[in-house]
Design a binder for this molecule. Structure first.
Ligand SMILES: CCCCCCCC/C=C\CCCCCCCC(=O)SCCNC(=O)CCNC(=O)[C@H](O)C(C)(C)COP(=O)(O)OP(=O)(O)OC[C@H]1O[C@@H](n2cnc3c(N)ncnc32)[C@H](O)[C@@H]1OP(=O)(O)O
Length: 194
């Protein structure tokens, strides 16, 4: 490899992503990885309640409706909220790879303002994998799934083990998660078979 690469450019040795054989079928709703997640948790009253579906290959789609609580400027979505929606959609790719990965780096372009009430049509795909590093991109379109791109992102996710959360999360929430059979089922769904 020659020259400088940014953290978001896959190295030459990176491989195309592989859809896990047990990944949810294209069109299938993926569900939430954690009920209290700000991005996708149904039990999180202040959250985005983003619902993602598996796509073809290693891709997902999702929809998110901008609420009054998500404003930055009057009547417009806050950029950080839009970045969160992109981040969460990219995180949903974990279900298709059947790997647990967290965001290492997220670069966002805001191309046009997104008014309150807008349905943001999100799409994300993995472009390359190199060891624990997962390279991905996402777009958010307005006015329909084929409308103009309002926001887009490039990301690097890093594969981690369940222990990452157990070691770093606040004990109250970790203990509650470990005692919740639904949460344990989700965690098992990501366990890599040898
Ligand atoms: C009770 C159990 C229940 C469990 C629940 C189970 C189900 C969960 C299911 C699914 C969860 C998915 C959740 C998705 C939610 C949406 C996504 C988010 O918002 S995630 C939150 C925000 N992100 C973070 O909090 C990461 C904070 N950062 C870290 O913890 C570390 O930095 C980490 C793990 C990312 C890397 O640390 P290292 O020590 O493991 O590894 P190193 O050696 O530093 O990096 C590995 C490689 O990656 C590169 N790298 C790391 N960070 C980079 C960066 N920022 N930019 C460029 N490269 C980076 C390094 O250069 C290295 O590359 P070279 O192998 O040497 O080629």
């Amino acid at each position: 490899m020659s020259g400088r690469t940014t953290g978001l450019t896959p190295p030459d040795e990176a491989r195309p992503p592989v859809r896990h054989p047990d990944a949810p079928a294209p069109g299938e709703l993926l569900g939430s990885h954690y009920d209290q997640c700000f991005g996708c948790g149904a039990g999180q009253p202040h959250g985005l309640h983003l619902e993602a579906r598996a796509g073809e290959g290693v891709s997902v789609t999702a929809e998110f409706t901008v609420q009054p609580a998500h404003q930055g400027a009057p009547g417009l979505a806050h950029g950080g909220v839009l970045a969160t929606a992109l981040d969460e959609t990219l995180g949903a790719l974990n279900w298709v790879l059947r790997v647990i990965a967290v965001t290492g780096r997220l670069e966002t372009d805001f191309l046009s303002p997104v008014p309150v009430g807008t349905v943001l049509h999100l799409e994300a795909e993995v472009t390359a994998v190199h060891g624990r590093k997962i390279y991905s991109t996402a777009t958010g379109r307005i006015g329909g799934p084929d409308g103009p791109v309002a926001v887009r992102a490039q990301a690097l996710f890093i594969e981690v083990r369940v222990e990452h959360f157990i070691a770093n999360g606040r004990p109250d929430e970790i203990n509650a998660a470990l005692a919740d059979p639904d949460q344990l089922r989700v965690a098992r769904a990501f366990e890599v078979n040898p």
